[in-house]
Design a binder for this molecule. Structure first.
Ligand SMILES: *[C@@H]1O[C@H](CO)[C@@H](O)[C@H](O)[C@H]1NC(C)=O
Ligand SMILES: *[C@@H]1O[C@H](CO)[C@@H](O)[C@H](O)[C@H]1NC(C)=O
Ligand SMILES: *[C@@H]1O[C@H](CO)[C@@H](O)[C@H](O)[C@H]1NC(C)=O
Ligand SMILES: *[C@@H]1O[C@H](CO)[C@@H](O)[C@H](O)[C@H]1NC(C)=O
Ligand SMILES: *[C@@H]1O[C@H](CO)[C@@H](O)[C@H](O)[C@H]1NC(C)=O
Ligand SMILES: *[C@@H]1O[C@H](CO)[C@@H](O)[C@H](O)[C@H]1NC(C)=O
Ligand SMILES: *[C@@H]1O[C@H](CO)[C@@H](O)[C@H](O)[C@H]1NC(C)=O
Ligand SMILES: [Zn+2]
Length: 864
């Protein structure tokens, strides 16, 4: 893209020389070993010495001393706080530094998001929050040109696609698989064009992508932060420790050794929480630049300068190079043969679920604020605002937040922030009360089956009680806003062998001896698969002679490639329950693993509700718990997983599309992130698993798909967090996690028509509310803000109040090209949106519930 304003502020380079762009930067995690607040103020420095407020104070002072100096800043969550505490005169100085290009914002989201366990809707929201602040505060000059993900542990194609579509000119990162990096250095392919979407016409999702030479650190020997111990430039020749000649020659030889295509290279000068005292950094870099460039008089061809990523990128554009093309992604990431960063795909499963559920609430809250008008933004509880949740969600996207790689007290802090977000969204969203005896209204969107989380569930013991016909229950039907007819609670039989579950679309069989799932038949297509499902665990490695690498918050390293089956029972079935709307089989695999297999009337998918924990570790082994589906589908080593919930990528066992892989970890080296769905298929059948949180997934055997559900570990994995991942849970004896998987069996050519809306429906599942009593006759029970339904291909991604006059509306075409015969085609939408007058809707609030622009309202007497 054209970067006129950048050009004018970029330092001059020397076309005939090797230009070394020094990029002074700090990497400020939005929570990791300390909470985001502790990092900002510099609290609890005994955990880690880090205080972001001082970094910004110090850098601003040092930048004023010399107009040649540069600094980039990344995390708007911190900058925003710091800015709000500055005087008018400091703000003026900073604004001038930004306008002159001395202080440049890069990336600019609220945080530097995790790429493996985030969902694209939340990534877009957190980028919006940060970029909006920068635009509002600094205008066009504050607009980041470059995406900068120097620390995330692997890179998702969807992230690159989002960055390209947001108008970034380039993307830089630090971590990629060590084998991939070796090869790229040899072939000078550290810089490339990432074609980040298989659906968008090039160059819509093309993004220049560069791998930084030293991760994000300075070259060895040149770290001049107060936290480093490298020698400063000692330039008095009269003194014993004079080292200029040595430093200059080392710097020149490091620069010349760089394996990049053009005569420009970038050097990151900074690291985690550096520049708290910016003086040693700038003082020594000033001298380095002076002495290295002085050698040019004696024929040196190396030119060092203060620069920024966008100035570096501009030089690359001028160099008129052609770059290699990359079209897959950068997962999984390994920094050694036994060091696969594939554990964090699943680490902290409860936090991962809470984050996803909170997104659903945030979207509801946003939509109600729009439809409810000003009153819904200052409700009777005095806290009607979505800002708290917007910020909590934005912070939760950080690469040590939803990733699960933070210390326990920091994970607790993220959860607390989300809980505050929920509290603040309680005005438009009805306050939930106890469920017993209250009416429950399922709300679904057209064509989507949506399952509530908190529905009252009958116990097996119900069988022995008299049946209560009016007890609350939920219809499985999908018709939007239809009042469900009350159904009897499931009738439970204390059986120990399960008979098949069967409604009109699906038949599910169980092995009579083991009680395990044994087959699935799609009754519409008469298609069957043999399908078993079981739960297993891998013992975590504590290191061995080959490598001391342990399994931990980041790393997955099983002790053995053969997992242990959890079940020691002869038959897992506890009991079977059924009524006219639901049939279920309840299985117990061990005291700490159970599952309800549930089929709803009218449903094309099977629900598997698993409960795992507390994971026992008394035998001295940490454990990584998986569920595995083994089918007779001829998947031939291929499987498919989504990228941040949007497009789907093909995976192949023991294979990488861009280099010849030497596989050194047969299990961990085949794990990939799953954000919403994964599948295997052959010519006839596709088995799709839809998840409601991010997890790790693999297909180790032909026809199989395994998903890691929970992990409890006893060792740290030496990547900095300094704690074993052993979540205490409510009672301190280990966390119990419950979650759901949805399973569908369809012909591959129509699979997307069902799994795409199913996955979207789980991401934005409706939130249930309850109230006392029956609605008044005057109550309006149905409301839709849409005049007509959206076409099936169109997904309402965002409806949010932007400011007092405007609303942010994002619509997306949710299908990939070629994904669905019916829905992949381009869609034209008339945006003549009819807006209801605020007053009409406001009268209904706050007793309304909204899901995808369908608003269901209750009797408001509860609030009076
Ligand atoms: C950026 O700020 C300008 C001026 O304040 C405003 O006109 C524009 O709409 C803003 N753009 C965005 C995307 O917020
Ligand atoms: C350039 O080389 C000459 C001769 O070797 C030396 O005297 C002079 O100090 C050098 N200049 C610099 C800047 O190193
Ligand atoms: C850029 O390179 C292409 C060939 O790769 C060449 O045709 C073109 O003239 C070059 N442009 C400039 C400005 O050097
Ligand atoms: C899998 O098993 C089912 C049921 O036995 C059978 O109908 C189907 O053809 C088999 N599929 C393959 C690919 O063998
Ligand atoms: C697995 O555990 C056994 C027994 O403790 C040990 O001998 C072996 O080296 C371990 N392997 C790995 C990869 O950790
Ligand atoms: C895990 O370790 C326990 C205790 O040593 C052992 O009994 C079990 O067989 C191991 N399982 C696997 C899958 O390695
Ligand atoms: C899996 O399928 C591939 C391709 O058909 C085949 O080469 C491989 O041997 C199969 N693996 C097993 C364990 O059957
Ligand atoms: Zn980081």
């Amino acid at each position: 893209g054209g970067t006129g304003s950048v050009a004018s502020s970029c330092p001059a380079t020397k076309p005939s020389m090797l230009n070394v762009h020094l990029v002074p930067h700090t990497h400020d995690d939005v929570g990791w070993l300390k909470t985001v607040d502790q990092y900002f103020y510099g609290g609890r420095n005994y955990i880690q010495h880090a205080g972001v407020q001082y970094i910004l104070d110090s850098v601003v002072a040092e930048l004023q001393k010399d107009p040649a100096r540069r600094f980039i800043y990344v995390e708007t969550a911190f900058f925003f706080r710091w800015w709000s505490q500055q005087s008018r005169s400091t703000r003026n100085i900073v604004t001038q530094l930004v306008q002159e290009g001395c202080l440049e914002f890069v990336n600019g989201g609220w945080c530097m998001s995790d790429e493996a366990s985030t969902h694209y809707s939340s990534v877009i929201d957190q980028m919006t929050l940060g970029l909006r602040f920068l635009n509002d505060t600094f205008g066009e000059c504050g607009r980041p040109r470059v995406a900068w993900h120097i620390d995330p542990f692997g890179h998702a194609r969807e992230h690159a696609s989002i960055f390209a579509q947001m108008g970034y000119d380039g993307f830089f990162f630090g971590r990629l698989d060590y084998q991939d990096k070796d090869r790229r250095m040899k072939t000078k392919e550290m810089e490339m064009v990432w074609r980040a979407s298989a659906s968008l016409n090039p160059p819509t999702a093309d993004l220049f992508t560069g791998v930084l030479p030293n991760g994000y650190n300075p070259p060895p020997g040149f770290c001049w932060d107060q936290s480093c111990s490298d020698d400063p430039v000692q330039d008095d020749p009269a003194l014993e420790d004079y080292n200029v000649d040595d430093l200059v020659s080392r710097f020149i030889s490091i620069s010349k050794a760089a394996l990049y295509k053009t005569n420009h290279i970038v050097m990151t000068m900074g690291s985690d929480f550096q520049y708290e005292n910016a003086n040693p950094w700038y003082k020594n870099m000033d001298k380095l630049i002076h002495y290295v460039n002085a050698q040019q008089a004696n024929g040196s061809q190396v030119n060092v300068l203060y620069s920024t990523p966008s100035c570096y990128l501009q030089e690359l554009n001028l160099a008129n190079q052609t770059w290699p093309l990359k079209s897959d992604d950068f997962f999984p990431y390994a920094d050694g043969p036994h060091d696969f960063w594939t554990g964090y795909f699943t680490s902290r499963p409860a936090l991962k679920r809470y984050e996803r559920l909170s997104n659903s609430l945030l979207q509801t809250c946003n939509q109600l604020e729009v439809l409810g008008g000003p009153k819904s933004r200052s409700g009777p509880f005095g806290k009607g605002d979505s800002d708290t949740m917007k910020r909590a969600m934005a912070v939760a996207q950080h690469h040590d937040a939803v990733s699960g790689t933070e210390k326990q007290h920091v994970a607790d802090d993220y959860a607390k922030r989300l809980a505050e977000g929920w509290a603040h969204c309680q005005v438009p969203y009805v306050r939930p009360v106890g469920s017993r005896g209250h009416r429950v209204r399922p709300v679904g969107s057209r064509g989507h089956r949506v399952r509530p989380v908190a529905a009252a569930r009958p116990l097996c013991a119900d069988l022995k009680r008299p049946r209560v016909p009016s007890a609350p229950t939920l219809s499985g039907r999908a018709s939007a806003l239809r009042r469900p007819s009350p159904a009897a609670p499931p009738l439970c039989a204390d059986l120990h062998a399960a008979s098949p579950l069967c409604f009109q679309y699906l038949k599910v069989t169980f092995d009579p001896n083991t009680g395990l799932l044994s087959g699935l038949t799609n009754l519409e297509t008469q298609q069957s698969v043999q399908l078993t499902q079981n739960f297993y665990w891998y013992n975590a490695s504590v290191g061995n002679a080959e490598s001391s690498q342990t399994s931990g918050a980041y790393i997955f390293r099983p002790n053995s490639s053969t997992p242990c089956a959890v079940s020691k029972n002869s038959n897992t079935v506890l009991c079977v329950c059924q009524n006219s709307v639901v049939q279920e089989v309840r299985q117990q695999f061990s005291p700490w693993v159970s599952q309800v297999v549930r089929l709803y009337e009218g449903s094309r998918e099977l629900e598997l509700e698993w409960t795992v924990g507390p994971v026992p570790v008394e035998d001295g082994f940490g454990k990584e718990v998986i569920t595995r589906f083994d089918s007779n589908i001829s998947s031939a080593g291929y499987f498919y997983s989504d990228s941040n919930g949007r497009e789907v990528l093909e995976r192949r066992k023991d294979y990488r599309p861009t280099w010849d892989l030497t596989q050194t970890e047969p299990i961990a080296g085949n794990y990939y992130p799953i954000n919403s769905r994964a599948f295997i298929k052959d010519g006839k059948a596709q088995l799709t698993v839809v998840t409601e949180r991010s997890q790790g997934v693999s297909s180790i055997y032909n026809g199989s798909l395994e998903i890691m559900l929970h992990r409890r570990l006893l060792r740290d994995d030496y990547r900095g967090v300094g704690e074993p991942l052993s979540e205490p849970g409510e009672f301190g004896n280990g966390l119990v996690v419950r979650g759901r998987l949805l399973l569908t069996l369809t012909p591959p050519e129509t699979a997307a028509d069902s799994h795409r809306p199913l996955a979207q429906g789980l991401v934005l599942q409706p939130l249930l509310s309850f109230q006392e009593g029956a609605p008044k006759p005057t109550s309006k029970l149905e409301f839709s803000a849409l005049q007509a339904a959206l076409p099936p291909a169109v997904h309402l991604l965002t409806l949010s109040q932007w400011d007092s006059e405007s609303v942010l509306l994002r619509l997306e075409h949710q299908y990939e090209s070629g994904e669905s015969k019916a829905f992949s085609q381009p869609v034209t939408l008339n945006l003549q949106v009819h807006t209801h007058t605020h007053s009409a809707v406001t009268a209904l609030l706050p007793c309304c519930l909204l899901y995808r622009l369908s608003l269901l309202c209750f009797d408001c007497s509860f609030f009076s």
